[in-house]
Design a protein around this ligand. Structure first.
Ligand SMILES: N=CN[C@@H](CCC(=O)O)C(=O)O
Ligand SMILES: [Zn+2]
Length: 413
């Protein structure tokens, strides 16, 4: 089963296999090929090149991409798309003057979502989450990480992780699953926080490992959530289960989460809205990918991660949505790259590198995703007719996607 895409105005992000992430000044370079073809076979990228070198090949399907661009599908390495209900009431509370932290202190926020999720059965949770997954697929996302963390009881956390597994079975998109039991302290443990940590360590982690429900472990390491000592206790235990950390750090305060993440070989540290010079220094000493979530900054009106400072000091950077009901009710990676350029002063090349190959790295998927490379998955975006790739972040809010190809097949949701 072969498909040929012809007359591609510009094929973006062509790389050889050995590139797993792009750092520092190299992020300004986006290798491309003009007037290109691309051949897909068995769901993989078989070949690509200049149209003048295309010779009589027999295929089942031809897609004419005249005046259109082709690029790897977005790699969204940080989402919470499995949740029940929404929190638009809190959105209005914030418009009327309450802060995100004040809403959480009143029992809203993550605990509000946990209450809703605990009361929602697994099938209903799957249906609600599938709507969001189909939405982001149509927006060009071809690989996604999904976290638990709105359960906060052993039963409800496992329910979330099973829904993630079921989504992975039902949809062609590549899905990685992260256990985030340490997202917030349930009300009943507010005065005995160590007991909740014990519940995570003694009850949740062993069962998750037994059912093989998670690829990664996450902790919300933040003032009023989990301290660095509590985070470390969880990370130490999860090493025995082979769960690589991906951490929520530095969203509101810098309390040492970045350094701890690097020390525990975290695959990524995410949010980073508040970064001290020592946080940037710590990232230089490891292979941990910093991940910025500009839609969260946009929605909450909090600072943007200092992308320029990180990239200019030689670090890599990935971009993700953080799609969740409280801080970022949007899974649109196209908006993320626009916002990164407009608000974080990333160039279009840097933003596209951050949302493709570096996003893949932050999910441990860069061998198979995130670039136009022979043998990688044919997860592709075909754009509408656009004058240049700069148009993608420039024309923010417009839908510039003509079609999305996942595993070699055009998807329609
Ligand atoms: N900050 C922690 N967790 C989510 C938001 C959770 C919520 O408000 O429901 C985030 O990444 O922004
Ligand atoms: Zn998050």
């Amino acid at each position: 089963m072969a498909t040929l895409i012809t007359n591609i105005k510009e094929l973006l992000q062509i790389r050889n296999h050995s590139v797993s992430k792009i750092s520092g000044s190299e992020m300004k370079i986006l290798p491309t090929l003009k007037n290109a073809f691309l051949i897909i076979e068995n769901g993989l990228i078989k070949d690509f090149g200049n149209m003048k070198d295309l010779n009589g090949i027999v295929v089942n399907k031809v897609i004419d991409a005249k005046n259109k661009m082709v690029l790897p599908a977005w790699c969204d390495s940080h989402t919470h798309i499995v949740y029940a209900g929404n929190r638009e009431g809190e959105f209005v509370d914030r418009i009327n003057g309450l802060s995100y932290e004040e809403i959480a202190a009143k029992g809203g926020g993550i605990l509000n979502s946990a209450k809703k999720l605990q009361q929602t059965d697994e099938n209903e949770l799957f249906e609600q989450s599938a709507v969001r997954l189909e939405e982001v697929l149509a927006l060009g996302t071809g690989a996604i990480e999904i976290k638990s963390g709105y359960g906060l009881t052993p039963e409800a956390e496992l329910k979330m992780l099973r829904v993630i597994r079921k989504l992975a079975k039902h949809y062609p998109i590549s899905i990685k699953s992260t256990f985030l039991g340490a997202h917030a302290f349930p009300e009943t443990y507010k005065t005995n926080k160590e007991k909740y940590i014990d519940l995570i360590i003694d009850k949740m982690l062993p069962q998750i490992a037994e059912e093989n429900l998670a690829d990664f472990i996450d902790v919300f390491c933040e003032k009023d959530y989990f301290t660095t000592a509590q985070t470390e206790k969880i990370l130490k235990t999860s090493e025995a289960y082979n769960l690589t950390p991906k951490l929520h750090v530095n969203q509101f305060n810098s309390i040492g989460g970045v350094k701890l993440g690097v020390q525990y070989n975290a695959l990524s540290v995410d949010h980073l809205e508040v970064m001290l010079p020592e946080d940037i220094e710590a990232l230089k000493n490891g292979n941990t990918m910093p991940v910025a979530l500009p839609s969260c900054s946009f929605f909450l009106g909090i600072p943007y991660a200092p992308a320029r400072a990180m990239i200019d000091s030689g670090l890599p950077l990935a971009l993700a949505t953080d799609y969740n009901p409280g801080s970022t009710p949007s899974g649109n990676m196209n908006f993320v790259i626009s916002t990164a350029c407009i608000k974080m002063k990333m160039t279009p090349e840097e933003a596209i590198n951050a949302a493709t190959i570096n996003g893949a790295y932050a999910m441990n998927l860069s061998k198979t995703h995130g670039s136009i490379t022979k043998g990688k998955k044919a997860n592709l975006i075909i754009t509408k007719e656009i004058p240049s790739y700069n148009f993608l972040p420039y024309a923010f809010g417009s839908n510039l996607i003509d079609s999305v190809i996942i595993d070699g097949k055009q998807v329609s949701y």
